[in-house]
Structure formats: C-alpha cells, structure tokens
Design a protein around this ligand. Structure first.
Ligand SMILES: [Zn+2]
Length: 324
C-alpha cells in the first residue's frame, strides 16, 4: 500500500515536473505548447521555426553568393549596449564585442562586405582598437556569420573558435569564397569549451542542430553595478536537411541550452539574427536614459529565457513528429 502510494506520488511529481513535454504528445499539441512558451516576447522566433519552417518542402539551399546589397538596407551604427558589450551588427545580423581586461572577444563576423564597415570601423568609432581582438567566436559556419573570420584572423592574429564539424565544412571552401577561408584554429567538440580572456570567461556550449557544429554561449555582461548572464543562441532556423534525426539533435540541443541557461541564471537571450532577439530595436532602446530601477531592455528574466529554449525544443519535436 505504502509503496503503491509512493509510486503514484512519484509519477505525479514527474508529470508535474515534465508538464511541458509529457502533456503534449502530437505535433499540433507541441506547436500549441511552443506558442504558449513563446508568448509575446518570442513571437518572431516562433513564427520562423514553428509555422511553415524553411525546410518544409525539402532542404532549402542557402542563398547563393550575391552582389553587395544596397548599404541602406543593412548598415547599422555601432552601439555600446552593456558596460562590456558592444553591438557591431547590421540591421539583420548581429556581431558583438565583449571587452575584457586583456583584449576583445568578437562574436560572429557577418557577411564579408559588412565586416570592415561594421566590425573594424565600428570598434574604432566606439573608441576601441581592432588590433585588440584576441578571439573570434563563430556560432556556425554560414556565410552571414563567418565570412569575416579569415580577415580578422590574418590582420589581427585573432584566434578563431568554431565547432569541430563546422571547421570541416569551412575548410572545404575554395580560396575564392567570399571573405576567404580561415586557417584551422580552435575546434570545439561535443563537450564544449571555456574561453577565458583576462577577467572574462565565455562558456562555449556545443548545440548541434542548425549546423552540425553550431555553438551557443553563456557570458557575463555588466549593467552598472549588476552583472547579468547572457544565453546566446548560436543557430535557429530550420534550414538544415529535413530528417527526423536532425530535428532530434536540434531538440536535444535546445534542452541542453535551457538547462545550461538555468544553471547559470541567464536572464538575457541573444541571437545572431536581429529578428530573433529584436537586437536592432533593443540596442537603440538601450541608448535611452532609464528611470531608477528600470531594467535594461535586454533583461527579460530567467523564465522568459527558459521559454525561449522550450519553444525551440517543442518546435523541433513538432516537426520530427509530423514526419512520422
Ligand atoms: Zn545559419
């Protein structure tokens, strides 16, 4: 009797703990769960990956190499966003500089045409020195994030950090590829890596899915006398080959990142596409004076960060189930 009651209580506890996953068992239920998780704060990402995802009709090819688009459609001014974090992105893609006591860590490098005006000139405009770039972290090997890596490596001697699987695809590119090909440098395996520069450590987490070598990050930002933790999601769209196994890998990485973000107490989520974290709005809102006690526009809280990754997980699982 006692043991049966214990079993029932244990089952109930497990059910409550896993309510998000155990209650939703069909693709439609998972999309509904993802929509609830997204709320109004992550609606853009929900729309992109849960509603008619990019690979719905097979495996879309990446956009072909193209001429430089009209500058007015992409150029963005650089901004100081936290005391140690600077936005160097375009209106569409993000690149960031983390300043440390021993130099600069750059996260993502944009298309090659944007690297010089946004990252090099952007740092100079902000009073920072491009020669102080020590590390370049590439979230994944797609041209919109990695085409500046070779130049920053060769010109400033920065170490380039990439997922091991994404190094493999990068090194197969022809030398004539836009932005050139970086030399093999620091490769991150499934176990992840910590990159420490001076007083700052970036926790590099392997989150395969968007690409086999996608990396996500946890790192500290300072907002006055407070230190907050950013969970940086390194790959989002479903534009990988449409296979059940790929969605399972993506789903598991989202769960892994949710757990890592919770353990680190992350209250901020960032992405490498401005559409997913509204970076192009938030970095400008961050320039406005704040009332006493008003939060930084990027600070959304632990639960909202969790809901972001739960949404990613449920959208991937919904697609996986819909294939059966
Ligand atoms: Zn990509």
């Amino acid at each position: 009797m006692h043991s049966r009651r214990l079993v029932a209580a244990t089952l109930l506890a497990a059910c409550v703990a896993n309510a998000q996953t155990t209650m939703a068992t069909t693709a439609d239920e998972l999309v509904a769960a993802a929509k609830r998780a997204a709320g109004s704060d992550h609606a853009g990402t929900f729309l992109r990956i849960c509603i008619a995802p990019d690979n719905l009709n097979g495996s879309p090819r990446l956009p072909p190499a193209r001429a430089v688009p009209d500058r007015a459609t992409w150029y963005a001014h650089p901004y100081k966003v936290f005391d140690n974090l600077y936005f160097l992105g375009t209106q569409i893609h993000s690149a960031w500089a983390i300043t440390t006591s021993a130099g600069i860590i750059v996260i993502d490098t944009l298309f090659d045409y944007a690297t010089e005006p946004e990252i090099v000139d952007g740092l100079s405009a902000l009073g920072l020195a491009p020669k102080d770039i020590k590390y370049v972290l590439i979230s994944h090997a797609h041209g919109d994030h990695d085409q500046g890596a070779a130049m920053l490596q060769s010109r400033y001697g920065a170490k380039v950090v990439m997922g091991a699987a994404d190094w493999e695809s990068t090194l197969q590119r022809p030398a004539s590829a836009p932005g050139g090909v970086p030399k093999r440098d620091i490769a991150v395996g499934p176990e992840g890596l910590k990159i420490t520069l001076g007083d700052t450590t970036v926790d590099v987490i392997a989150t395969p899915g968007h690409t086999p070598g996608t990396l996500s990050y946890l790192f500290p930002v300072r907002d006055g006398n407070r230190t907050l933790t950013v969970a940086y999601s390194g790959g989002t769209a479903f534009n990988f080959p449409r296979a059940a196994q790929n969605f399972a890998i993506y789903r598991d990485s989202a769960s892994k990142m949710a757990a890592a973000a919770r353990a680190a107490g992350a209250t901020i989520v960032m992405s490498n596409h401005t559409e997913f974290d509204r970076a192009w709005d938030r970095v400008r809102i961050a320039q406005l004076p704040r009332a006493a006690g008003e939060k930084h526009p990027y600070e959304i809280g632990i639960e909202s960060v969790q809901r972001y990754f739960e949404m990613m997980r449920d959208c991937a699982e919904a697609q996986r189930l819909s294939m059966n």
